[in-house]
Design a binder for this molecule. Sequence first.
Ligand code: ZN
Length: 322
Amino acid sequence: MELKGLHHVTAVTGSAQANVDFYMQVLGLRLVKRTVNQDDVSAYHLFYGDETGSAGTEITFFEWAHMPPNVPGPRSVVRTSLRVPSVDSLAWWADWLSDHQVNHGGITEFAERKQIVFTDPEGQALALVDDGGKEGGTPWAASPVPAQHAIRGLDSVNLAVHQLDPTAHVLTEVMGLRKVGVFPAPLNPEEQVHVYETAEGGAGTRVHVIEQEGRPAGRLGHGGVHHVAFRTPNGEEQIDWMNRLRGAGLQATDPIDRFYFRSVYFREPGGILYEIATDGPGFATDEDAAHLGESLALPPFLEPHRARIEAGLNPIELPVRA
Ligand code: ZN
């Protein structure tokens, strides 16, 4: 039994409209689902991904306008990296980000791969990484970004923790990741980044861990990450994972039906919320694949409350394509 890599990263935005504008028009991702946080239906849950929002391509956002800005630090995800297929693509992105007034660090290198580090307008820490054209992810045909340069999906997450060992133990001994190596941090060479990947490796399978002893813990807000989800192929293996996590002393939830996938959550010892999510059934279960994300989708148990839920949400306008 092996985790197949990253499934999605869920972050926090203070403005759904500004979030849609940036992730669709600048990053060129498809809004594959516009729904609500099932545990807080006053908040949008927006999912961006490739053409179909396949597992491993998704970055998602809760809109929590009342939250303060995120404070990065230990016990949090401090950067999310996305895959592009080549160094030529990175050069194209450097110009594109500059043209869209996005602050970025130009092309740099980390762990023997080229990347561009940047932030979204709320300070969400992101990077684009040349993954050498690995398989996985189908660019959205209507994206403003040319298909040959399009973001293919998630590459890696960067976690900051107070102590490496407990987090590393869960990654390697419980979740089956293996250590790739240790590299100097790109923005602070005095810090070491410990790189892990899921057993088979490949696209979107890496977790980077930075030990920041003695530093104040991060605080979640706009521009921060709420949790990281890993892929499991089906509900049977998910139950096995739940039992394995509990056997290792971790407090894993029962599987929760998120309608587009099923989720088991647990907090790893470094303080970061993990999820193990099934690959299916996917985003075309309740919408025509040609019209994903164009209107508010609700799981069946919330459908009777649609009028009240819609009244509590600000409308979102999708960018108009020429
Ligand atoms: Zn999730």
